[in-house]
Ligand binder design. Sequence first.
Ligand SMILES: Cc1cc2nc3c(=O)[nH]c(=O)nc-3n(C[C@H](O)[C@H](O)[C@H](O)COP(=O)(O)OP(=O)(O)OC[C@H]3O[C@@H](n4cnc5c(N)ncnc54)[C@H](O)[C@@H]3O)c2cc1C
Length: 299
Amino acid sequence: MNLVSRVVVASLPLVPRAAVRRIASRYVAGETLDQALETVRLLNAQGCMATLDVLGEDVARKEDSERTVSEYLRAFDGIAMHRLDSNVSVKLTALGLKLDPHHCRRELARIVEAARRHGNFVRIDMEDSSVTDETIRICLEARETYQRVGLVLQAYLKRSLEDARRAAAVGANVRVCKGIYQEPPEIAFQRRDPIRDSFAGLVDFLLESGSYVGVATHDPILLRRALATVERLRLRRDAYEFQMLLGVAGDLRRRLVAGGHRLRVYVPYGEAWEAYSMRRLKENPAIAGNVIRGLFSAG
Ligand SMILES: Cc1cc2nc3c(=O)[nH]c(=O)nc-3n(C[C@H](O)[C@H](O)[C@H](O)COP(=O)(O)OP(=O)(O)OC[C@H]3O[C@@H](n4cnc5c(N)ncnc54)[C@H](O)[C@@H]3O)c2cc1C
């Protein structure tokens, strides 16, 4: 982290809560399911699909994971009732992965069962490297009961190509992203170019293997590289999708949609918006810079 980034991160606690809320409102759909569904409706009207994320991770008590699961069940009902084009993204630590993996599996099974009832899809987000093995294991296990469960691989992790081979072997649906947590150099690429090469390599490998890939990035260079692969392999539009975060890179998003590509927007919502925003901001000084810039442009 360079000096400017360190100063930006150190300044975050000084930013007034109201200002954080105002800036976070660009990245978070709101506190309630109704607000999130309205955001999805607007995105669908713009030709984008969505994935709903109930905010909250790393629960301290099992009861908290039960609340999260109930919210996901309501989300599936709301998506179906309003005929929206959205699936869900779930963090296993929000289902108690670190407290008790068996509890987490049972909680995930309830979400997967709801997805099956609605003919919908569940994406398991990838968190920090302390839970990579367990997350992949639980995700692949869940696929044995219902295939429409997908995993995420992070390009900064040196292990990811090996994980991609396992995923491709069972035809899993994979989101590829750079990775947002701070990881040590022994296990993770630290510099921009090796991360980009790893990202492009994962996307190429998975698409060549016939896996459905969610290309999750706003990086124009990586988007160009993915588009070149799609062209080279003459892929149908339903063999892959692009994915972006709510509130980020609207222009790129619109261009991809206009080009006829499938594009899904990640829509986080829930009461834990503040903790989520602050954590994301601290983890990624580049994003923190956006907050400080936002403070000056938010008027
Ligand atoms: C749909 C989706 C799902 C994700 N799921 C996971 C996951 O499960 N696990 C995980 O570890 N990470 C996840 N991420 C985060 C990802 O790993 C990156 O940290 C994040 O997307 C930024 O990387 P980038 O590829 O866009 O490249 P960057 O080089 O970081 O960004 C490229 C450009 O995009 C813009 N940009 C990027 N992020 C922001 C932002 N927040 N605000 C404003 N501008 C921004 C900037 O202009 C930047 O120059 C996900 C990202 C997306 C889009």
